[in-house]
Design a protein around this ligand. Structure first.
Ligand SMILES: Nc1ncnc2c1ncn2[C@@H]1O[C@H](COP(=O)(O)OP(=O)(O)OP(=O)(O)O)[C@@H](O)[C@H]1O
Length: 303
C-alpha cells in the first residue's frame, strides 16, 4: 500500500518551474530518499507533502488524505524534523519533549522518546547546554512526539561527526523497525545508500530516476576499478590479457573495467600461477555517489 502517491505534481514560483510533473510513490514502512543538487525542488515537494505549501497541479495523496486540505488532523499524523528548529534555550530536554508530546492526541511517552534518541543522560540538561549533535537528536525526539505514521527527515545528519552520524543511522533503522515510513532528503549519498530502500533523483524540478541504490548503481553502467600493487615492477611482466589496457605506474596497476568478474579471475589466477602476492588488491564498483553525479551531470548536458 502506498503511504505517499504523487502524480504529475507541478509547482512554479513566478517564472521558475520548481517542480515539473513529478510522479512517485512511497510504500508503507519504506524509507525513501529524495536526492538532488541545490535548487532541484526537494524542499518544495516535501513542503507540499507536509501540507505547508500549495501546488499548481497534479494529484497528491498522503496517508489517504490530500495534504492541501487535511488540516490539523492530517498534520497530527505526520512528523517533521527540520534542519534547525529554534529551541527555547532555558527549557530542559524533558520539559521540551513533554510539552511537544502534549500537543498530540496520539503520542509517545516523553521519557521513552528521550531514551530512543539517546538523550537519557541529558534529560535534565537545559537546551543551551547541548552540543550540535545532541540538539539534532532533540529535533528528532520532537518530530517523533506525535508517534507519526510518516516522518519527514530533512538532512538529518548535517554537521554530525562520523560517530554521531552512525548513531543517527542506527536510530533511523530502529524507527524503520517500528514500521514508520520515512521520507528523507539528504546531500550525503553514503547516507542514502545506507538508509534508503529507494531513492529518487531530482534535477531542475524533474525526477530523473527512481530505484533502489543498487539499481541506480547498476543502471549507471559505470566501470569498476580494479587496483593492486606487486612487490616489484618486474613481477608485472606477463600480465594476462584484460578487458582494457591497465594503467601501470611503477609497481601499481589500475584497471578501469566494464567486465570486472573475468578480469578479477584472470588476475588472481595469474598471481597464483606466478606466486606473486597482491597485498592491496581492491575491486571498487561504482558507488551511489558516482551514479548520482553521472546522472545529474548528464542531465545538465542535455539542457
Ligand atoms: N519561496 C520561493 N520563491 C521563489 N522561488 C523559490 C522559492 N522557494 C524555492 N524557490 C526556487 O525553486 C527552486 C527549487 O527550490 P527548492 O528549495 O525546492 O530546492 P531544494 O532541492 O530543496 O534545494 P536545496 O538542496 O538547496 O535545499 C529553486 O530554483 C529555488 O530558487
Amino acid at each position: 500500500m502506498a503511504t505517499i502517491a504523487v502524480h504529475e505534481l507541478t509547482r512554479a514560483y513566478g517564472p521558475v518551474l520548481a517542480v515539473d510533473r513529478v510522479s512517485f510513490t512511497v510504500g508503507d514502512g519504506e524509507i525513501f530518499a529524495l536526492l538532488g543538487p541545490n535548487g532541484a525542488g526537494k524542499t518544495t515537494i516535501v513542503e507540499i507533502l507536509e501540507g505547508y505549501r500549495t501546488r499548481d497541479s497534479g494529484v497528491v495523496e498522503v496517508l489517504g488524505c490530500d495534504p492541501a486540505s487535511g488540516g490539523s488532523a492530517y498534520r497530527a499524523r505526520i512528523g517533521v524534523v527540520l534542519q534547525s528548529a529554534g529551541f527555547e534555550e532555558e527549557f530542559t530536554v524533558r520539559e521540551l519533549v513533554r510539552l511537544q508530546c502534549a500537543l498530540y492526541p496520539r503520542r509517545h511517552d516523553a521519557d521513552e522518546l528521550i531514551d530512543l534518541v539517546g538523550l537519557a543522560d541529558k534529560r535534565t540538561t537545559r537546551v543551551k547546554g547541548l552540543s550540535g549533535g545532541q540538539r539534532r537528536r532533540l529535533d528528532l525526539a520532537l518530530g517523533l512526539a506525535g508517534a507519526p505514521e510518516l516522518l519527514f527527515l530533512d538532512e538529518p545528519t548535517t554537521g554530525f561527526d562520523p560517530a554521531a552520524r552512525r548513531h543517527a543511522w542506527e536510530l533511523v533503522a530502529r524507527l524503520r523497525g517500528l514500521g514508520t515510513t520515512i521520507l528523507l532528503t539528504t546531500h550525503y549519498l553514503e547516507e542514502a545508500q545506507h538508509l534508503a530502500d529507494r531513492v529518487g533523483v531530482l534535477r531542475s524540478g524533474r525526477l530523473l530516476t527512481v530505484g533502489t541504490p543498487d539499481e541506480l548503481r547498476a543502471g549507471s553502467r559505470l566501470p569498476t576499478v580494479i587496483s593492486f600493487s606487486v612487490p616489484s615492477a618486474r613481477d608485472l611482466a606477463g600480465l594476462p590479457p584484460l578487458s582494457a589496457p591497465p594503467q601501470i605506474d611503477g609497481d601499481h596497476v589500475r584497471l578501469v573495467s566494464h567486465d570486472p568478474l573475468p578480469d578479477t579471475r584472470r588476475l588472481t589466477q595469474w598471481a597464483s600461477r606466478c606466486g606473486t602476492d597482491l597485498p592491496d588488491f581492491a575491486v571498487s564498483p561504482p558507488t551511489l555517489e558516482d551514479a548520482y553525479l553521472a546522472l545529474t551531470e548528464e542531465a545538465a548536458d542535455v539542457r
